[in-house]
Design a protein around this ligand. Structure first.
Ligand code: BG6
Length: 487
């Protein structure tokens, strides 16, 4: 098993799940500051976890509570970033994926001038990374749009938001052009349909029908795709050598059997999953989506010039998250179901599931890599992958997370096999390399890190950082560039 010499091993975090300091130094409220920890919601009830309506927003605006709004405290990376980056450096990270909170720079999104304190914070973080020889990989938008744009516009369904985002992005490019070379535009752009509030600021209950909400979501998606292409253009103009990637959730779907009906259903799901990369890599909408809009009577505001923008500014590489695979069956209603950050699906009898019902499938990662590479022939970067687990700290302070080590070993071997199979993989950043607040459940107890943070679901704890057993193991993987993975 041989990983390329310049393989970018590292970890990934997102501002809204790690920084905390939700109202410090001029930061505005973002959609993440509305997300509640709901102790009584079933861990596998994906729909309730993500649901937000105007009443939830009103209540969130009226309170300073951080206990039930855990993304407001995160793991206080805002004040611990030097310590955390030093720990990443100790593991030998070559790269760190992180995001910039739009609301630190433009608290409402529509201000004329950026907030200097916000700009300075990220400048210091990037300088600290450079000091440790860690290459930043920066996501411009990771579920953290200004709440003001939800309340005063129609989220991303409003065209004005494209201009505001472009201003935010170009502000970042100008300021960080000497510090950051690798950029991602929108995290899991395909999640518009899974949780539209978080991804594009659309409150579904505000629409008269499901159909109207769906039309608004497609409008918002079109605006994000145009914005993504535009900022790709500006990044190339402003930053010499900039490398821009798209970021999607790889939702590999298998047919339950070789019945052509099962195969057809699985293929259609995979086709939908490819929509987003098709536009961002190939530069145009596939015919089927335009037909779908026409059949449903949707008016998608594709302005003159939009299609040229999409065609002219495609991405340099494809990045994706990979957590699980799905199964489709014509008998879906009769089959046992599993949960996930995606949607509920048919249980795959060959796979085990995590406590949160996510199906663990390392071979699916290899299949995904081959599938994406064969479709697009673009370099790939796995920017999220990992196991959410409620780790236990022993009395002596150790955390024996062998389950995590096994999970990673299997997934790393899968990447190695894909590379042997002629797939170009730029790097790997494990999700939540330090424990952070869960995006879906807002729990702290759904931990992904090599580094444990002492804070629980009710914001009790010292915020002390502890190395898990996997910390030293990942360090060896990086040190040997994957050599220790040999069976
Ligand atoms: C991805 C998101 O969908 O999954 C991350 O990009 C998220 O923000 C990750 O944290 C894992 O999901 P969760 O709900 O376990 O945090």
């Amino acid at each position: 098993m041989k990983f390329p010499d310049n393989f970018l091993w590292g970890g990934a975090i997102a501002a809204n799940q790690c920084e905390g300091a939700w109202n410090e130094d001029g930061k505005g409220m973002s959609v993440a500051d509305v997300a509640m920890f709901k102790p009584n919601v079933d861990k596998k009830d994906y729909v309730s976890q993500w649901h937000i309506d105007m009443d939830d927003i009103r209540k969130a605006r009226e309170t300073d509570d951080v206990v039930y709004y855990p993304k407001r405290h995160g793991v206080d990376f805002y004040h611990h970033y030097e310590e955390d980056i030093a720990l990443f450096a100790e593991m030998g990270f070559k790269t760190l994926r992180l995001s910039i909170a739009w609301t630190r720079l433009f608290p409402n999104g529509d201000e004329e001038k950026p907030n200097e304190k916000g700009l300075l914070f990220y400048e210091n973080v990037f300088k600290c990374l450079r000091k440790h020889n860690i290459e930043p990989l920066v996501t411009l938008s990771h579920y953290e749009m200004p709440l003001y744009l939800v309340e005063n516009y129609e989220g991303w369904a409003s065209r004005e938001v494209v201009d505001m985002f472009v201003k935010f992005a170009t502000t970042c490019f100008e300021r960080y052009k000497d510090l950051v070379k690798y950029w991602l535009t929108f995290n899991e752009i395909d999640s518009v349909f899974r949780h539209p509030f978080t991804t594009v600021g659309i409150v579904e209950d505000n629409y008269a029908s499901k159909n109207e909400a769906e039309e608004a979501i497609y409008k918002a998606l079109h605006h994000q795709l145009v914005a993504s292409a535009l900022v790709t253009k500006y990044a190339r103009e402003i930053i010499p050598g900039a490398q821009i990637g798209c970021m999607v959730t790889k939702t590999l779907t298998y047919p339950e059997t070789c019945n052509p009906e099962d195969i057809y259903l699985a293929m259609m799901d995979n086709r939908t999953n490819n929509l987003y990369t098709d536009v961002q890599v190939r530069g145009k909408y596939p015919l089927w989506i335009k037909k779908l809009w026409k059949d449903k009577g949707f008016e998608i505001p594709i302005l003159e010039g939009d299609e040229e923008i999409l065609a002219a500014h495609t991405v340099d590489f494809i990045s994706f998250s990979y957590y699980m695979s799905m199964v489709q069956s014509i008998h879906a209603e009769k089959r046992e179901k599993v949960g996930g950050n995606l949607t509920t699906g048919v249980k795959n009898p060959y796979l085990s599931t995590s406590e949160w019902g996510w199906q663990i499938d390392p071979k699916g990662l290899e299949i995904s890599l081959i599938d994406l590479y064969d479709r697009y022939q673009k370099p790939l970067w796995i920017v999220e992958n990992g196991l959410g687990y409620n780790d236990v700290v022993n009395e002596d302070g150790t955390i024996e997370d062998d389950y995590r080590i096994n999970y990673f070993a299997d997934h790393f071997k899968a990447i190695g096999h894909a590379i042997e199979n002629g797939v170009e993989v730029m790097g790997y950043t494990s999700w939540g390399c330090i424990d952070i607040v869960s995006a879906s459940t807002s729990q702290m107890s759904k931990r992904y890190g090599f580094i444990y943070v002492d804070v629980d679901d009710y914001n009790k704890g010292t915020y002390k950082r502890l190395k898990k057993k996997s910390f030293d193991w990942y360090k060896k993987v990086i040190e040997t560039n994957g050599e220790i993975l040999k069976d």
